[in-house]
Design a protein around this ligand. Sequence first.
Ligand SMILES: Cc1cc2nc3c(=O)[nH]c(=O)nc-3n(C[C@H](O)[C@H](O)[C@H](O)COP(=O)(O)OP(=O)(O)OC[C@H]3O[C@@H](n4cnc5c(N)ncnc54)[C@H](O)[C@@H]3O)c2cc1C
Length: 381
Amino acid sequence: MSKEIIIIGAGLAGCTIARLLADNNHKIKIFEEKNHIGGNLYDFHNIKGILVHKYGPHILHTSYEDVWKFVNRFSKFNNYKNQVLVKLNKKSIKLPINLDGIKELFPKEFEVFNKEIKDKKLKGEAVSILNLLNSLETKESRKIVNYVYENVYAKYTAKMWGKTIDQLPKFILERVKINLNKEWNYFPLDKYQGLPVDGYTKMLEKMVDNKNITIEFNKNIVDELVIKKNKIYFEGREVTLFYTGMIDKFFDFKHGELEYRSLNIKFENHDVTSFQDTAVVNYPLHKTMTRITEYKKMTLQNKKGVTTISKEYPGRYDKDDKVFHTPFYPINDDKNQKMLDKYLKQANKIENFYLAGRLAEYKYYDMDDIIFECIKNYKEF
Ligand SMILES: Cc1cc2nc3c(=O)[nH]c(=O)nc-3n(C[C@H](O)[C@H](O)[C@H](O)COP(=O)(O)OP(=O)(O)OC[C@H]3O[C@@H](n4cnc5c(N)ncnc54)[C@H](O)[C@@H]3O)c2cc1C
């Protein structure tokens, strides 16, 4: 098969596939509708010389050896470890909540709680909050767990997803753990974490810096594609197509519009060396904002007297909205899943047509999942 290979989208999925195929001597052309590489990962030095992430903070964390090996071909990584604080009224508490935080929030009830988790052989473990709600019995322990559930997790998650607590899919809160120890690491299960030392944009530029790969920016060719007898043609030639954009948009929203959450990300520069104690601070009790990120603290950029932060405000994605027009988080509930299945059925009928990434597969992928899937599916292409 020597059909021309086209990739739509120069985000992480598009760049990874391009490089994997280029390593196997395929020639690839990428079309990207934006004027830059990287999709959500795009970062740049702002007017103050600070490296910021345009589409919100990104930390690579993984236990996949192949993924770690792959990204390290294109960049060194710093040793940033994500340590997050949560602001509860005036207090800053470590997240996920651990025994230090519980003691600080509930000094009076702590002893009873501590004894109960010891008696129930839970001490030292990371335990799902729903599990704790069901297993702890003393009124002191229940007070603590109920407070943490409501104020730290449920309110934040509800604001994030624009739903009341009861409407949230159970799996979202099932993932939430309390550390019944002193651990303070947001991604404790992952062997590797960090950020590329010169940023994601530079890393991806290096990934596609190969004689077999060309990229054209500011170009969306979807309307120029012709599908005839389950084959795809571009400019009259039959092509192999990797698509990493929105699947519903590709098919002109024929089966309806898939729902997403979006974010309004507001950046601010401050003439101080440090704005907050950690790179990320969550605000579950704030009416509209979810978190503040101070970029220098994760890029480990050493710059005195100035810093840049971003504040995130979630909202319902609407392609025509002035603010919430970027599709960030797929909402994988039953309604959207049924719609997605119709699109996937239609896509699967087309020969040499491959969907990859968050928007095309409509999956809540982290960066390492994207690279893992691409390696699994296309390394031997
Ligand atoms: C706020 C936020 C924070 C995140 N933080 C983390 C984190 O800390 N760690 C982590 O592992 N993951 C994180 N993620 C997830 C991560 O962003 C994604 O896994 C990854 O960026 C998805 O890459 P992608 O290539 O699938 O999609 P995208 O990044 O969306 O790239 C798709 C590209 O295709 C282009 N495109 C779309 N349609 C067309 C078209 N018709 N023609 C031409 N070009 C087109 C788009 O312009 C875009 O450049 C976060 C996501 C968000 C939203």
